[in-house]
Design a protein around this ligand. Structure first.
Ligand code: CUA
Length: 155
């Protein structure tokens, strides 16, 4: 069978692309140990309010301009309420819901996670610009959904 040399060229390029793509995937999976974080950390929704992790709901300073906070997203509020951090702070958020699925979105940042009952959601962000950022629930969670909003003030 005679294959035109352009056909051969495209077969080679196509095969190379496939090999490169699969190699990258293999390195990410087996060398860098990357994978979706599903089921990474779970929590019984009924015990969220009593759990040690969420008992101390306030900003904890863990380093130079580095904070941790455990927040509960529940009908229809985020606890604790409004936050304030200095400019340049990195905040590590840990979130859980004791009732239904909520959203956790901070405007003008890349933070946008779902807070699914039974699962612990974690996300970090460095606030390099001062201002008042709105924290919103962007998953419809019931009649009070629209009131589920806080602010994080960076100054
Ligand atoms: Cu919580 Cu919408």
């Amino acid at each position: 069978m005679r294959i035109h040399h352009y056909e051969k060229l495209w077969l080679i390029i196509g095969s190379l692309i496939l090999i490169i793509f699969l190699s990258i995937l293999a390195v990410q999976t087996f060398v860098l140990d990357m994978g979706p974080p599903s089921h990474a950390e779970t929590i019984d929704p009924q015990s969220v309010r009593e759990s040690e992790l969420f008992a101390n709901t306030g900003l904890q300073e863990v380093g130079d301009k580095e904070y941790e906070i455990a927040m509960i997203a529940e009908m229809f509020a985020f606890r604790p309420g409004d936050l304030e951090v200095p400019v340049g702070s990195t905040v590590h958020f840990t979130l859980a819901s004791p009732d239904v699925t909520h959203g956790f979105k901070i405007t003008d940042t890349n933070i946008n996670v779902m807070v699914v009952p039974g699962h612990i959601s974690k996300i970090s962000h460095t606030f390099d610009e001062s201002g008042e950022y709105l924290i919103l629930c962007n998953e419809y969670c019931g009649l009070g959904h629209e009131y589920m909003a806080n602010t994080i003030t960076v100054k």
